[in-house]
Design a binder for this molecule. Structure first.
Ligand SMILES: Cc1cc2nc3c(=O)[nH]c(=O)nc-3n(C[C@H](O)[C@H](O)[C@H](O)COP(=O)(O)O)c2cc1C
Length: 371
């Protein structure tokens, strides 16, 4: 078996597969299950200070299925998933014992606390320091939750404001010696602005993407948008297979803009091939949230087997050997056109074996003449 471990910002992940912040890491039980199943790391469900109000609704999920597929039940035909779930409804005091217990029981597993707060330095510093004392390995700052608390500049409202990202990252980096990642919102025109702001603030890395604002569908009998709560709905965050191409594009943009950036790739990973694509575009770890919700924590066995087979096939000794290997193949559309014109010209020059010469001998001579 190939060595799947990778060290990122001083954190040694036994493999690059990490549970993304959300229900699969929402309490000690789910975190323990993740590590027992073999996940290299867990980003826990986002937590805030105890007095931040978090009240979830039900139903809060919606699935977008491939209509043409015969199977209408189960999860095999789910292409997209939407949630209107908020951050953890358990305050920090509830979480501290979970962090401690998870680190005691699974010292090899990398545990990252995901944090979200309002735009107040004291609150961020308290969050970071209390989680730090509880023994977590690193931090992910949630600048990307697309719903809930926008009035307090929380989540995506903060990510959409790069100067604020820079300042909050700086508060957090100064409050701990452990690595800090900034989790980016895709609900912007240019994700590199957020990444640059995070780096300017001292972030060690960036995670991308969080969910994309969406309306999962409308019920044709009741005319109600979904998910429907008391007859009404609100736009939510879109995830799973359907978002993967957008997530890959954003990770590539961030890496091309700053090749030194440490990125944790997220969005639409359902199997090993999906995850390997993120690694080829420069991500050093790959997070999975909806995939684990729909397929169960045990899906990580398929990710590990698939990565091992891929590395074996291509003769890679370590994950680092192929991280970012596909990035040099991006260029501008203009350059693609230039290359194609050049390739055609070269082909035209090469094709003329004696038998292919036309009767227009002077034209053929010109084509083969250097001026
Ligand atoms: C139900 C649900 C809850 C989520 N909660 C959080 C959260 O608390 N904090 C966070 O940073 N991201 C949260 N996310 C976003 C995921 O971590 C991830 O960025 C996104 O869903 C894309 O990845 P995926 O396609 O693997 O799910 C949540 C996603 C889902 C589906």
């Amino acid at each position: 078996m190939a060595d799947l471990s990778i060290t990122v910002n001083g954190m040694r992940f036994p493999n690059p597969f990490v549970i993304g912040s959300g229900p699969p890491g929402t309490n000690y039980r789910t975190i323990a299950k993740s590590f027992s199943c073999g996940w290299g790391g867990v980003v826990a469900k986002t937590v805030a200070l105890d007095d931040t109000p978090v009240v979830n609704v039900a139903p809060r999920y919606g699935k977008w299925r491939m209509k043409s597929w015969e199977q209408k039940k189960g999860n095999a035909n789910v292409m997209g998933f939407q949630n209107i779930e908020l951050i953890s409804d358990r305050g920090l005091s509830d979480w501290i014992p979970d962090f401690k217990r998870a680190k005691d029981d699974f010292p090899e597993g990398i545990l990252i606390a995901s944090l979200m707060e309002s735009y107040e330095k004291d609150r961020w510093v308290e969050l970071v320091q209390r989680c730090d004392e509880a023994g977590v390995d690193g931090f992910e700052l949630n600048f990307s939750c697309p719903h809930g608390h926008p009035e307090s500049n929380m989540g995506a409202a903060m990510g959409q404001n790069p100067p604020m990202v820079e300042e909050v990252v700086r508060w957090c980096v100064e409050a701990t010696d452990k690595p800090v990642w900034a989790k980016m919102t895709p609900n912007v025109t240019d994700i590199t602005e957020q990444a640059r702001a995070a780096v300017a603030g001292g972030a060690h890395g960036g995670s991308a993407i969080n969910t994309i604002l969406a309306v999962i569908g409308v019920n044709l009998e009741t005319f109600r948008p979904m998910p429907t709560v008391e007859g009404h709905s609100t736009p939510g965050g879109y995830s799973y297979y359907a978002v993967k191409p957008i997530a890959l594009r954003m990770v590539a943009e961030m890496m091309l803009d700053n090749p030194q950036l440490t990125v944790s790739g997220i969005g639409g990973v359902g199997d090993a091939d999906d995850a390997i694509e993120f690694l080829l575009l420069g991500a050093k770890t790959v997070q999975v949230c909806t995939g684990a919700m729909l397929q169960g924590h045990r899906m990580v066995s398929n990710l590990i087997d698939g990565l091992d087979a891929f590395m074996d096939k291509h003769g890679f000794d370590s994950v680092e050997d192929f991280v970012g290997k596909s990035l040099p193949y991006f260029t501008t559309h203009h350059h693609l056109v230039d290359m194609q014109v050049a390739a055609k010209a070269e082909k035209a020059g090469q094709k003329k074996r004696d038998l292919e010469w036309s009767e227009n001998i002077s034209e053929e001579t010109d084509k083969l003449t250097t001026n």
